[in-house]
Ligand binder design. Structure first.
Ligand code: MN
Length: 342
């Protein structure tokens, strides 16, 4: 693939992607592993739009679709599988690095030499596509997709609008993070006028937790520890058993803990019911960058929201991650230097 650095104006980038879409007939849309609302909402919104102009479109993902994203219109059309050799164009959305698409999918793209274009908002995007539209000033990839489908002169319908709105609402944590701009609100307004349901998306965002999940959170919260603005807790296999819950019932817990007034960084350590490494979710307030912590354990994410695995027993994993956090913080490596235009 080309190593092109995207230094064209946003409109030129969008025109170039639009041109490759117009030429293609069979299009595969791929996104990052462990897909979130922006990944799936952007993929599905784009897929619906491209079908409206006669394209044959598949959304591909090997990963489990989280329960709270099943409300996305068309979620049942996401298929596990590879883009076949007959694919004319692969569009990667919301994936900052080729590796995030997943080895299996990416290898197939390389093997069949399929043209790959990238639509994203991660500042860290490596520009792995032949053509890219990467707008770090956007709060969500869904906003970039909205610009793209407008460039293609496809008016958003209620289905497209709800999918894209989900990407924006979830990635901005309900329009609450500093990346939320007047343009973000204008995108949401446009999507509402197109028939998207802000009510439905917000309800899904707030999380329709089962009562069993609330009991699990209660267990986890009663064990919350706080030191120097870092709040952490651990979820053990016994806790899932006692409450009748699963790993995904912890979704949202790290954000919830971060809302405590005396906590600037939250970490939730989770055993998986089936065993394996400890999965860690980290969240932080503006001005803190958790990516170096995630990288130290070969994970990744955004400055204020990361995920990584620690291959140790639960209590040792907690101690290892906290020790690394303290070291990085002391070295000043978790400070988020202000960047231009954000
Ligand atoms: Mn995103």
């Amino acid at each position: 693939m080309s190593e092109e650095v995207p230094n064209f104006s946003p409109q030129v980038q969008l025109e170039r992607i639009a041109a490759s879409i117009r030429q293609a007939r069979r299009i595969a849309i791929v996104t990052h592993e462990r897909p979130d609302a922006d990944a799936l909402g952007s993929s599905l919104g784009l897929a619906h739009a491209l079908r409206k102009i006669g394209k044959e479109v598949q959304v591909l993902s090997y990963d489990y679709i989280p329960e709270n994203l099943r409300f996305l219109p068309g979620i049942e059309t996401v298929v596990r599988g590879n883009p076949g050799p007959e694919t004319d164009l692969v569009i990667a959305v919301d994936a900052g690095e080729a590796s995030q698409i997943g080895e299996r999918l990416y290898n197939e793209i390389l093997r069949h030499r399929l043209p790959l274009v990238v639509v994203d908002h991660h500042e860290s995007n490596t520009g792995y596509g032949a053509v890219s539209a990467i707008f770090p000033q956007k709060a969500a990839t869904a906003e970039v997709v909205l610009d793209l489908i407008q460039t293609l002169e496809i008016p958003p319908d209620p289905i497209i609008a709800t999918c894209l709105m989900a990407g924006i609402i979830f990635d901005t944590r309900g329009l609450s993070i500093p990346d939320t701009s007047p343009e973000t609100l204008e995108s949401v307004a446009l999507l509402m006028r197109s028939g998207g349901s802000l009510y439905q998306v917000m309800a899904a965002y707030r999380g329709q937790h089962r009562s069993a999940a609330l009991r699990l959170w209660g267990e986890a919260l009663s064990r919350l520890q706080v030191r120097d603005g870092v709040g952490w807790t651990a979820v053990s296999r016994e806790m899932y058993q006692a409450t009748g819950t699963r790993l995904e019932d912890t979704e949202g817990l790290a954000n919830f803990i971060l809302d405590a007034s005396d906590i600037q960084i939250s970490l939730v350590f989770r055993e998986k019911p089936e065993g394996g490494p400890i999965r860690v979710s980290g969240r932080a307030r503006p001005g803190i960058n958790l990516v170096p912590l995630a990288r130290a354990f070969r994970g990744g994410g955004h400055k204020m929201a990361v995920g990584f695995d620690v291959d140790l027993p639960l209590e040792e994993a907690v101690q290892a991650a906290l020790a690394r956090l303290v070291d990085l913080r002391r070295a000043g490596l978790l400070e988020d230097k202000p960047t231009e235009g954000r």
